[in-house]
Design a protein around this ligand. Structure first.
Ligand code: ADP
Ligand code: MG
Length: 627
């Protein structure tokens, strides 16, 4: 427990004991009213001093209507009520209300700390120490003290503390903390390792490539912790609601205190009775349960999703996920593996080897999956040819000068753009055309495989209420049609440039039905504008890709399409909990308010209902974290 909470607990206990003593003393001894007041004032000030101070401070800042203020007015009123003619004193009530209010506050603080803690613990990716080699010895230091370029040693069973590249050793790493999926990955010299993974078998020596603050584990934790900044509509509704609701209730309380005695014409004991009801009314009006439990539910929902490898950057996106109506997919790397293989080489004029040679050279620096496959098909790419003036055209291909000759490698769009006539191919797959100094020199056919779980994942989306699925691709229509049929997607649009994809998404957004959201699912490579334009941009397979993590609203750490339906279900559950809390707390409040108005509920009951509802709502909220 934090120091602040410990202090609070001590105050509560001391004040409760003193309240009991005061209650007994005031029963036995025949005290004057002011003596009794002094007696009860001790436990009251012990437990409520802080609240009074805060309420007074806010009063000066012009911020009247928060719970500290309401509780202060109500309890101070209760302390004074006994001095009215014909009224009974309410000293114990006043102390009890303040006491119980503090119990509620304490509980609330603890619940919040607990869920924050459990998210970090559940995600379990924050490395505590790093073994770093310095001056020929291995020192154990905090990961934040390790500089880029230093060598770290990771023993079996340890967490990888910082991102790096393996210098020596081989092992397998468990990525469960990052992806939610326990799949060991084989790692050997030259491979990249990400912080947060657990080293399973061998000892690894690695060179640190990123400072701790920019390493994967820190970035993910930061993202989850900051997610509460992006408020969902239900959350901002609560804030707005509290703003309107509290003044209304205060107004009603004033009316309740003064109007009935005025109407009945005599002010004496009647006024005390109605004032008491009005003060009760104020206590009930505290919107604590909502103000606390709703953000907590979203926080828990985001944490729960993160454990499964689904990073949601704000509760507004959680809300959008829950109402998903249309899901738009990028093809390559999203619905397909994104690992192309060369399946045919059809040269014109030059020979096969030369064609592959040209293509591999031009693609030297491209990260596009097509480029990777072309480089693999020509393993001796690193010769002493010169490659200059490289220009990659998104959605088309790459142009470059190889040994002084202009070579263009890309699809038919690129050939048309440079005015070279091309030949079609009867082979199935993506056709990569090649031109040399403006002359067509043949094409290479590459093909990709549809992801094994794609069809099933799309079915699961439909079962979870998604009404339309669309695939967008820069590839040819026949390839697109084949993939669409294989995975069972509703519609597709082919031969799109990255800009066309944005336009298509805009059209789809304009045509969607009210209250439903549209998600775009891509891999973050050259689709950042579309990710940004969609209601929710979802990047897949983001493990190790900073670009994807940055561009998207929702990040799926691994490339499992089935995570989409999981995400929708988590989001729905969180929203459901938020709704239950709203209905339940407003319901109970209205009931007790009515009872108080008719004099059927006293202050005791009011504060019990207030804190009770809060506790139940907070407990309900913590369910969002569980999976
Ligand atoms: P998708 O929409 O399927 O993700 P892209 O927009 O990335 O595809 O690319 C569309 C098409 O452009 C590819 O199918 C390919 O024909 C061509 N292309 C893009 N980049 C390259 C490249 N580096 N080399 C060759 N062709 C490319
Ligand atoms: Mg793409």
């Amino acid at each position: 427990m934090e120091k602040e909470n410990k202090e609070r607990l001590v105050k509560i206990i001391v004040s409760a004991a003193l309240l009991a003593v005061a209650a007994v003393v005031s029963k036995i001894a025949n005290l004057k009213m002011w003596q009794e007041l002094l007696l009860f004032l001790v436990p009251y000030l012990i437990v409520g001093g802080e609240t009074l101070k805060e309420a007074a401070e806010k009063l000066f800042e012009g911020e009247l209507l928060d719970e500290d203020f309401l509780m202060s007015i109500a309890t101070l009123g209760a302390l004074c009520i006994g001095f009215l003619p014909g009224a009974e004193s309410q000293f114990p009530e006043a102390v009890f209300v303040m006491l119980f209010f503090q119990v509620g506050e304490l509980f609330e603080d603890m619940a919040e700390d607990r869920s924050r803690e459990s998210i970090t613990k559940l995600m379990d990716i924050r490395p505590d120490t790093a073994n770093v080699e310095r001056n020929g010895r291995t020192e154990t230091v905090s990961p934040s003290e390790v500089a880029v370029g230093e060598t770290i040693v990771i023993k079996p069973g340890e967490k990888v503390p910082l991102d790096g590249i393996v210098l020596e050793g081989s092992s397998s790493l468990d990525t469960v903390a990052l992806t939610g999926e326990s799949v060991p990955r084989g790692i050997t010299e030259g491979d990249t390792i990400l912080s947060g993974c657990v080293n399973l078998s061998g000892v690894l020596r690695a060179k640190v490539t990123k400072p701790f603050a920019e390493s994967t584990a820190s970035k993910i934790l930061e993202l989850v912790e900051n997610a509460s900044g992006n408020k969902s509509r239900s959350e901002s509704f609560i804030t707005r609601f509290a703003k309107v609701y509290t003044p209304i209730v205060v107004g009603l309380a004033v009316v309740l205190a003064f109007l009935p005695p005025l109407l009945s014409g005599y002010f004496g004991s009647e006024f005390a009775k109605w004032l008491y009801r009005a003060l009760t009314f104020l206590i009930v009006s505290c919107p604590c349960a909502l103000v606390i439990s709703i953000p907590l539910a979203f926080f828990g929902g985001i944490g729960g999703a993160a454990r499964k490898g689904i990073l949601v950057k704000g509760s507004n996106y959680l809300e959008a996920l829950a109402n998903l109506g249309t899901v738009v997919f990028d093809k390559t790397g999203t619905l397909t593996e994104g690992v192309f293989e060369v399946t045919a080489v059809h040269p014109e004029i030059i020979d096969q080897k030369e064609l592959l040679h040209m293509a591999a050279h031009v693609e030297r620096y491209s990260t596009h999956p097509v480029a990777v496959s072309l480089r693999q098909a020509y393993p001796d790419e690193a010769d002493n040819c010169t490659v200059e003036d490289i220009e990659e055209v998104a959605g088309q291909g790459v142009k470059a000068k190889v040994n002084g000759k202009t070579v263009c490698v890309g699809n038919s769009k690129m050939m048309e753009a440079i005015g070279v006539s091309w030949k079609d191919c009867e082979k199935k797959g993506t056709i990569v055309h090649v031109s040399l100094d403006g002359e067509y020199v043949g094409h290479i056919v590459v093909s990709d495989r549809v992801k094994a779980d794609a069809a099933e994942a799309l079915k699961a989306l439909k079962e979870n209420g998604v009404s339309k699925t669309v695939m967008l691709t820069g590839d040819k229509a026949d390839v697109a049609a084949a993939v669409a049929a294989e995975v069972g997607i509703d519609e597709f649009r082919a031969e799109l440039l990255p800009g066309d994809k944005v336009a298509e998404v805009e059209k789809l957004i304009a045509g969607k039905s009210e209250g439903r959201s549209l998600a775009f699912v891509g891999d973050g490579i050259n689709d950042a504008p579309v990710l940004a334009r969609a209601d929710v941009g979802i990047a897949m397979g983001a493990l190790g890709s900073d670009a994807a993590i940055e561009a998207a609203d929702v990040v799926l750490m691994d490339d499992k399409l089935s995570k989409l339906a999981t995400g929708i279900r988590s989001a729905r559950k969180t929203l459901g909990i938020a709704k239950q809390n709203t209905v339940f707390s407003i319901g109970v409040k209205v009931l007790v308010l009515l009872l108080a108005m008719f004099g059927l509920a006293g202050m005791w009951m009011a504060v019990l209902a207030d804190v009770g509802v809060m506790v139940l709502a907070v407990l309900n909220s913590t369910r969002a974290l569980k999976t």
